[in-house]
Design a protein around this ligand. Structure first.
Ligand code: BG6
Length: 486
């Protein structure tokens, strides 16, 4: 059954709203996943008139990678849902006007605004009396720059909303391939017996991007790769790979298990930060055969000597019974060779080598989970090379599952479609609870303090390279190697 509620995008004339939220809402409308009475409200300052606003919405929807053409009739019906509401969400009177226009159905407020104005918005909502038990609030990163500033943002939200009303987005959790990690682990019998320190040598998580900072220099320079990608997206991936079976398929059971992993992350601080992390920053180079500027020479650069990391590699450990001693090598960066995110589970070599062959050749069972692009799963197995030669040669061959081929008939929805739909349904499974975020910030703060204390500076890497050479060193020192870029 579809839930009756209205969806209000505060900051409804902004970039995120046009690029991601309206196309996703159009897709939900087209797929008949919104109740007939649901209104989509673009709450903004009035930079556009209604026609200009709708034209922009249509243009971005047409251009979205996830929307395969916009049907005219369907769009006309979608337009009827759309209210372009001019006002300021920090003014209680404007919120009262909005409530009068929307009536009594529950409201989902999506704050697509900088967190600096969450406080006045929440105050105004409280004063205007627009918050009831069924009201939901959606917020998105950056939720703070440290444990302390996250705490301040959270306290602000808690003045007006309870935890069960707050939906903190990590858009990675909305990706199909990320949700599939749960299916892969918990719906297949053959992984679980091997999924532990007895059989797994190490895990790699790579989230590489070929883009640079894309006009967000100011934000990014404050943030850096560790806060921008590791604190949220990458730690969420680690949790899904490492967590125990949840008691039930319920939001809090799953989030409880993720939290335990975050709590078991071995601290990285001044004592071990140099051994466990590498910071990098891209210099000029070439990506996709295009010459590109270095980070400090980007158009909107404010600081030619910035020491912000655009790449980070970390060797992390999870101190629990399942994972003790198994390194998790994490890396992410901008201006890397291509857009490529994947998780590699590298198994240990077989113990009894029944035939006298190169010992390294048997070290090759791995499970590669490709998150994007070319979403799929590859299992690398050793096979005998066919032939009559005296030598018993073996070779690594991948069993390859491409989601595109396997699910030809199925469209992969965008992350925001999934997440917005779940908010309307009141399902918090794919949203981060505040204790998860607090734990993640605590761990990340330790690394940042360690960098400050030890004055660990960025190492330059050429745009188009897989990070600085030290990132290779981080893993080679342990006689292992990164999975190659495709
Ligand atoms: C965002 C980061 O959260 O995720 C960006 O702020 C990054 O810097 C983006 O580019 C990556 O998301 P995706 O879905 O393109 O992998």
């Amino acid at each position: 059954m579809l839930t009756t509620c209205n969806i209000v995008i505060v900051g409804g004339e902004g970039d995120l709203a046009f690029r991601k939220l309206y196309p996703a809402l159009y897709a939900l409308h087209r797929d008949q996943l919104l109740a007939d009475c649901t209104k989509v409200v673009g709450f903004g300052r009035g930079r556009y008139d209604r026609e200009g606003f709708l034209d922009n919405m249509l243009q971005w929807t047409r251009d979205s990678d996830y929307i395969d053409g916009v049907d005219e009739q369907c769009w006309e019906r979608f337009r009827d849902r759309v209210i372009h509401f001019k006002g300021s969400a920090t003014e209680a009177d404007d919120l009262v006007r909005l409530k009068q226009e929307l009536g009594d159905d529950d409201i989902v407020f999506f704050l697509s605004t900088p967190p600096t104005i969450f406080a006045p918005i929440c105050d105004a909502m409280g004063k205007a009396g627009v918050v009831s038990e069924g009201t939901r609030l959606v917020v998105e990163k950056p939720l703070g720059f440290s444990l302390e500033s996250f705490g301040e943002i959270n306290d602000t939200l808690f003045k007006t909303f309870d935890e069960h009303q707050i939906y903190r987005i990590d858009h990675y959790l909305g990706k199909e391939t990320v949700q599939n990690l749960l299916a892969l682990r918990f719906a297949n019998i053959f992984f679980e017996p091997l999924w532990n320190r007895n059989y797994i040598d190490h895990v790699q998580v790579t989230v590489a991007e070929s883009v640079g900072v894309e006009g967000r220099w100011n934000y990014y320079n404050e943030s850096g790769a560790l806060r921008d990608m590791v604190q949220n997206h990458i730690l969420q991936l680690v949790c899904l790979v490492a967590m125990e079976f949840p008691a039930r398929n319920e939001a809090d059971d799953i989030r409880d298990e993720k939290l335990k992993i975050i709590r078991c992350l071995a601290p990285i601080d001044a004592g071990n930060v140099q051994a466990c992390t590498v910071r990098g920053q891209y210099a000029g180079g070439s990506v996709d055969n295009q010459l590109v500027n270095g980070y400090t020479d980007e158009k909107d650069t404010q600081d030619k000597h910035s020491d912000t990391e655009t790449f980070v590699a970390i060797k992390a450990h999870i101190d629990n019974n399942r994972w003790a001693g198994v390194p998790f090598y994490l890396r992410t960066g901008k201006r890397m060779p291509n857009r490529y995110s994947e998780i590699v589970i590298q198994f240990k070599p077989v113990v009894f080598k029944f035939i006298d062959i190169d010992p390294n050749a048997i070290n090759n069972n791995s499970l590669v989970i490709r998150l994007q692009p070319n979403e799929g799963i590859e299992m690398n197995l050793m096979n005998k090379v066919p032939g009559l030669s005296e030598e018993f040669s073996i070779q690594n061959v991948g069993l390859n599952l491409s989601f595109e081929e396997a699910f030809e008939e199925h469209r992969s929805p965008s992350a925001y479609e999934r997440l917005l739909l779940d908010v309307t349904r009141g399902d918090q499974t794919l949203f981060m609870r505040s204790d998860e975020l607090r734990g993640a910030w605590r761990w990340v703060d330790g690394i940042i303090d360690g960098w400050k204390t030890t004055a660990q500076r960025v190492k330059k890497y050429k745009a188009g390279a897989a990070g600085p050479d030290d990132a290779l060193g981080l893993i080679i020192r342990d006689h292992r190697k990164w999975q190659d870029f495709e």
